[in-house]
Ligand binder design. Structure first.
Ligand code: ASP
Length: 402
């Protein structure tokens, strides 16, 4: 049976058993079942640092030769990052209005441990690791990201055989990390059950509504982002009406929605961008694969929604600084998110960790992650299409003027 279905069944089981067992069973559940959930969370935490580092280095090196890509690479990257940051902010906005998770409260030791919010300047200074190994040991995500970006650029600058060796090496390491994640995810149904059971037993039916509100936030946010940002990009820079844009994108969007994989939707996206939206092969074959690897607006929006949801559930008031931090880490994390099902959930763990939010909150969204993944992957590849159109028209304009 498909893993997402098994996780979903575990969620339903936890809800049913938790409701039936009720508060009287809590001592038993806390003693025997809850530790299994903690073991699952520890397994996820175990892989965060290696996966963030290796996949980010790979994401950077997938840009190829920095000089050769020059103009188009930089513009594409900037557009990808800006749209991603906007997506998280929209996620915050929608979640700020709907307040998913309000009404469900899980006081946690972890919540009490939330760090004092640092000032922006402190964040900027702390971003640069004085000792990357120390940052890795302490699982300080932002310095690890910065270090990975430098190593990625360094590899590109070295070039040649030695760089090829390193690219292959980090690619293999990232692949191993994804395999480990695959193994960990095999026990996710048990982990999710063990994490959710105490929550449901303690809180009763009030636990269900917040989950529906998370899905609603992700869906509404995605529609807003697609209709405003992508339509505008396609119209203003691409001269394509929103209707034609979404019609041209619809097949790839459907594939993304059903497979939950940007990588799986890439071939259809390339074909349709060329045939239906008039993008040149040269631009499509560079901008789209890059987008499928590093541009994840849907995932970013989901990170905004979920971190606010988890903060609400654990009774944490996110400060402006912490929100900025989420936008920053979320945008950078999207570079390292692979275009495969479920990758965003792991990256969410990293974003939560970066602001000291309890990772236990993952269990709440893991059970509905497949639905959230469908929504976010659909937005991910639509964003790739919109940016590809902009880059194509930009290149054509430059070619015409020169
Ligand atoms: N499934 C997403 C994608 O392929 C990544 C994610 O899990 O957020 O685009």
């Amino acid at each position: 049976m498909n893993l997402s279905i098994r996780i979903f069944i575990a969620l339903i089981l936890a809800v049913v058993v938790g409701l039936v067992a009720g508060e009287e069973a809590l001592p038993f559940i806390n003693w025997w079942i809850a530790p299994i959930g903690t073991m699952f969370i520890n397994l996820i935490k175990m892989i965060i640092v290696p996966i963030v580092f290796t996949s980010l280095v790979v994401g950077m090196t997938s840009l190829g030769d920095i000089k050769k890509l020059g103009r188009i690479g930089t513009k594409t990257l900037v557009l990808y990052l800006v749209t991603t940051a906007i997506a998280i902010i929209i996620g915050f906005g929608v979640a700020g209005i709907i307040h998913p998770g309000i009404g469900l409260s899980i006081p946690s030791d972890a919540a009490v441990k939330v760090k004092e919010a640092p000032s922006i300047m402190q964040v900027l200074v702390a971003m640069i690791p004085t000792n990357p190994v120390n940052s890795m040991a302490k699982a300080e995500i932002l310095p690890i990201i910065v270090f990975a970006l430098f190593i990625g650029v360094g590899i590109l600058k070295v070039g040649g055989e030695r760089a090829d060796f390193l690219v292959k090496f980090f690619d293999a390491c990232a692949e191993v990390c994804y395999k480990v994640i695959g193994m960990v995810m095999q026990v996710a149904p048990i982990g999710v059950f063990a994490l959710l059971l105490p929550v449901v037993a303690k809180n009763g039916p009030s636990v269900l509504l917040p989950l529906i509100s998370v899905i609603a936030c992700a869906a509404i946010g995605s529609v807003i982002h697609a209709v405003s940002v992508y339509s505008m990009l396609a119209k203003i820079w691409g001269g394509i009406s929103p209707i034609r844009f979404f019609r041209g994108m619809s097949e790839a969007m459907l594939i993304a929605f059903t497979t939950c994989s940007s990588a799986a939707a890439l071939p259809v996206n390339m074909k349709n961008c060329e045939e239906k939206l008039g993008v040149s092969r040269e631009v499509a074959s560079f901008v789209l694969p890059l987008g499928a690897t590093i541009n994840m607006d849907g995932t970013a929006l989901y990170m905004g929604v979920c971190s606010l949801f988890i903060a609400n559930v654990f009774g944490v008031d996110l400060t402006g600084g912490q929100m900025m931090m989420i936008v920053l880490t979320g945008t950078l994390a999207s570079i390292g998110t692979a275009g495969v099902p479920g990758a965003g959930l792991i990256m969410l763990a990293m974003v939560l960790q970066s602001v000291g939010l309890p990772i236990e909150g993952l269990a709440l969204v893991a059970g509905i992650d497949r639905i959230l993944d469908m929504i976010r992957t659909c937005l991910n590849i639509t964003g790739d299409g919109a940016v590809t159109i902009v880059m194509d028209r930009e290149e054509k304009r430059i070619a015409k003027n020169s």
